[in-house]
Design a protein around this ligand. Structure first.
Ligand SMILES: C[S@@+](CC[C@H](N)C(=O)[O-])C[C@H]1O[C@@H](n2cnc3c(N)ncnc32)[C@H](O)[C@@H]1O
Length: 213
């Protein structure tokens, strides 16, 4: 176990609220003004605006802005940071009412409904314990509609070892897909060299998965 790593919901929430309280939403290392890979993968998969989409650990990301602009009518954003959700809501103004906001910790969450697209950018890689990954997979299975697509992005094998002072697990596309096997199979993958607001390059692995029949 890494020293000082938050291990329960209250500690995780406190950690992430402090991160968002300390930095502006466009100054955090993972900030992107346009979620290029997300939109590219939605296009490749042919995901249309009728799809029910959830952005887990969405934080203050602009993914939701872009989906609303594309006419998506059933978008949910889940995050354990109250501060991050408030930032996103404030940015969206009246459009925030069109979004389902879920102030929840993913690891203790029982989805009340099912989604056609599960989107996770830079959350799964914080799960460095087997039990955390098992909890994530249980929640994922419970939250998916038949035929759902799962989009997950983590740091690539040559990416940073830490983010926001927390250790992360790094994955090649094959390694990341293996985390979801045998219940899920790999549809496609991408590598992205994300440029942080400070100008550093962070390699990401993106995978798209579907549940095996
Ligand atoms: C590196 S940020 C990525 C934010 C967003 N996905 C993006 O790409 O801009 C990680 C996010 O995951 C959230 N998070 C971390 N652990 C979580 C958990 N167990 N449940 C829900 N959200 C979590 C954090 O609050 C933070 O917003």
């Amino acid at each position: 176990m890494a020293a000082n790593r938050p291990t329960n919901q209250a500690e995780r929430a406190a950690h992430w609220n402090l991160v968002y309280d300390t930095k502006g939403e466009d100054a955090v290392s993972w900030y992107q003004s346009v979620p290029t890979k997300t939109l590219e993968l939605f296009d490749v998969l042919g995901v249309g605006p009728d799809a029910a989409v959830i952005d887990v650990g969405g934080g203050a990301s602009v993914v939701v802005d872009h989906l609303l602009a594309r006419g998506f009518g059933d978008v949910s954003v889940l995050d354990l940071s109250r501060v991050a959700i408030e930032r996103a809501r404030a940015r969206l103004g009246a459009d925030a009412e069109r979004v389902h906001w879920l102030h929840r910790d993913l690891l203790g969450w029982a989805p009340e409904r099912r989604y056609d697209v599960w989107h996770d950018r830079a959350v799964f890689h914080f799960l460095i314990e087997d039990e955390e990954r098992r909890a994530y997979l249980r929640t994922l299975r419970a939250g998916l509609a038949p035929g759902a697509r799962v989009i997950v992005a983590t740091f690539d094998a040559d990416g940073p070892t830490h983010c926001s002072r927390l250790p992360v697990a790094r994955y090649s596309a094959a390694d990341l897909a293996a985390q979801f096997a045998p219940d899920f199979e790999l549809v496609t993958s991408r590598r992205e060299e994300h440029v942080t607001p400070a100008g550093l390059i962070q390699p990401f692995t993106w995978v798209v998965l579907t549940a095996r029949a």
